[in-house]
Design a binder for this molecule. Structure first.
Ligand SMILES: O=P(O)(O)OC[C@H]1O[C@H](OP(=O)(O)OP(=O)(O)O)[C@H](O)[C@@H]1O
Ligand SMILES: O=C(O)c1cc(=O)[nH]c(=O)[nH]1
Length: 241
């Protein structure tokens, strides 16, 4: 396997390291997968597999670095809470709060996490939100991927219903694909759900890596047939934005 730095010279080292840990850690799977949107994909990013300490550290470091990279281009970008949509977003947001505070305590020691329950709790403290209350807070959503955007719309609705303000979104992988529609199969590019969030809410939507980064990475450390299938999928479902 090629060295991370040389293999992915045109993306920052932390992104290359993250991509490598996704491939070697088996988080990126290749085969045939039905997505939440019912689209059939030749690859799947299973964020639930970041369960081991080294893998969790690799993804929280990559989120934290991506956020810091973006902050260096937009110092006005501000947020009080990282929100992890249930379920897979929960450990991702929680670990990233800790990582940001470790990397930059002056700025992030007061940062909080929050997440939703999929089913409301009707006893004890009750309610749908665990962690920091969102009322009056600027909220950055941390999730694994956005495909059709259904899960992201739900998360944004929860934040607004709780009285929070959406500050931005960060996902691990930008699948670079169009939202589903009747004409899904004709290969015509259409807008992505990520682009829709940017346009509709006027907030940054960041990603650690993109499908293009993944395809490039596979050229160094993957299988040729997987690359062909990913390129075919991209040609069919690529977004216009
Ligand atoms: O953009 P979409 O088409 O909505 O799909 C993407 C989302 O769907 C999955 O989560 P899911 O809602 O299945 O919840 P989970 O985290 O409990 O697996 C996945 O983890 C993404 O967050
Ligand atoms: O679109 C999805 O449902 C989806 C795609 C993916 O790569 N990973 C995931 O957990 N869900």
């Amino acid at each position: 396997m090629a060295d991370t730095q040389t293999a992915r010279a045109h993306i920052p080292a932390y992104k290359a390291a993250f991509l490598q840990s996704c491939i070697t850690g088996g988080v990126l799977k290749f085969g045939t997968f039905e997505l939440k949107s019912k689209r059939i994909s030749p690859y799947f990013f299973n964020a639930g597999l970041f369960h081991r300490a080294d893998l969790l550290r690799s993804i929280s470091t990559a989120y934290a670095q991506s956020i810091r990279d973006y902050l260096s281009t937009d110092p006005n970008f501000q947020f009080d809470v990282l929100f992890g949509p249930a379920y897979k977003g929960i450990p991702l947001a929680t670990a990233t709060v800790d990582k940001l505070a470790q990397i930059d305590p002056d700025r992030f020691e007061g940062l909080s996490y929050s997440f939703n329950r999929k089913e409301a709790k009707d006893h004890g403290e009750g309610g749908n939100i665990v962690g920091a209350p969102l009322k009056g807070k600027r909220v950055l959503i941390v999730d694994d991927v956005i495909t059709a955007g259904t899960a992201m719309k739900e998360a944004i609705d929860i934040i607004r219903k709780e009285g929070g303000e959406l500050a931005g979104v960060i996902v691990a992988l930008d699948r670079m694909e169009k939202m589903p529609a009747q004409t899904d199969d004709d290969g015509t590019p259409r807008p992505s759900a990520i682009g829709e969030v940017r346009r509709q809410y006027g907030v940054p939507v960041l990603s650690i890596i993109t499908l293009d980064d993944l395809i490039d990475g596979l050229r160094e450390m993957g299988d040729e047939d997987d690359i062909k299938r990913l390129e075919g999928y991209k040609a069919r479902y690529r977004a216009s934005d």
